[in-house]
Design a protein around this ligand. Structure first.
Ligand code: F6R
Length: 242
C-alpha cells in the first residue's frame, strides 16, 4: 500500500485525479467512480485535463459504486445524477457509458445481479476511486459487511444517514434508508484502488483502515489485502496514523 500525505485537500484531489488520468491515457476500458464530497477534487482535475490536456473518456465505461434505493429519476442526490452534474457531463463521456446500480428497479436483487454481470462483461476496472465513511465504510458496505460481498442491498446505519443529511438540506427524513452497493469483493476486483480522505472527521477511520486489523467492522481495512492501493490523505486525516 502506498500512503501519500498531501499538503492539503486541493493537492490530494489533484494527485488522485492524475492517477485516474494516467489509467485512462494508458487505455483503461473501465474506471470506477465514487460519489460524496471526497472525490470532487479528483473530478475537477480530470475535467481540467480534458479541457486543457486532451484527456478523452471516449469509449471508457464508468461504473459507480452505489446508488440510493427509491429516489426518483433525476433527483439531484441520486448518485446517477450527482456524477453527471459533478463530473461526466463536463467531459466527453457518453451517458450510456456511465453505469450505476438501478435503485428504482422493481426487483432489487435482480438489479444487483445485473450490475455484477455488466461489470464482468466489460472486463476489469482499471482504477477505482474511493472515499471512506467516518465509520470505515467503503462504498456503502457498512461495518459488519462480508469481506467477499458482491453487489447487494444494504441498510444505512444511523451514523451514515446523519452524515449524508447535509446533501439533503439537512433533513434526515429525506435520506433513504437503503442502498444498492458494490460489495467489498466487487470493489477488490479493480486493478488499482485509490482512496482519498480529508479532514479530521476521517482520522479515526483512516487509522483503522490502514493500520488496524483487517475486519468486517472496518470494511475499508480490505485495502490491506489488495495488491495495488494508493491512499491519499491530508494532514488532518493523517492525524491518528502512527
Ligand atoms: C459514495 C460512497 C461512500 C462515500 C463515503 C464518504 O459513492 O461510496 O463510501 O465515499 O460515505 O463520503 P464523503 O466523501 O461525502 O465524506
Amino acid at each position: 500500500m502506498e500512503l501519500v500525505i498531501a499538503d492539503n485537500r486541493t493537492e490530494a484531489g489533484v494527485l488522485a485525479g492524475r492517477i485516474m488520468a494516467d489509467h485512462v491515457r494508458r487505455g483503461a476500458r473501465a474506471i470506477g467512480l465514487a460519489t460524496g464530497s471526497s472525490p470532487l477534487g479528483a473530478y475537477q482535475e480530470l475535467i481540467r485535463q480534458h479541457r486543457e490536456d486532451e484527456l478523452s473518456f471516449r469509449g471508457v465505461q464508468a461504473f459507480l459504486l452505489d446508488e440510493y434505493i427509491g429516489l426518483p429519476e433525476g433527483h439531484p442526490q441520486s448518485y446517477a445524477q450527482f456524477i453527471r452534474d459533478e463530473f461526466t457531463s463536463h467531459v466527453d463521456f457518453t451517458d450510456s457509458d456511465v453505469h450505476s446500480p438501478d435503485g428504482r428497479a422493481a426487483d432489487i436483487p435482480a438489479a444487483a445481479a445485473d450490475y455484477e454481470r455488466m461489470i464482468a462483461a466489460t472486463g476489469r476496472i482499471s482504477v477505482q476511486i474511493l472515499g471512506i465513511g467516518a465509520n470505515g465504510h467503503l462504498g456503502f458496505n457498512e461495518p459488519g459487511s462480508s469481506l467477499r460481498s458482491r453487489t447487494r442491498v444494504k441498510t444505512l446505519t444511523p451514523k451514515t444517514r446523519a452524515d449524508n443529511a447535509r446533501f439533503f438540506e439537512g433533513d434526515l427524513t429525506q435520506v433513504p434508508t437503503h442502498v444498492l452497493t458494490q460489495g467489498l469483493g466487487t470493489i477488490s476486483d479493480a486493478d488499482h484502488l485509490v482512496m482519498i480522505a480529508t479532514g479530521a472527521g476521517k482520522a479515526d477511520a483512516v487509522a483503522a483502515a490502514v493500520e488496524g486489523p483487517v475486519s468486517a467492522f472496518c470494511p475499508a481495512s480490505i485495502l490491506q489485502m489488495h495488491p495495488h492501493v494508493t491512499v491519499i490523505v491530508d494532514p488532518a486525516a493523517a492525524t491518528n496514523l502512527k
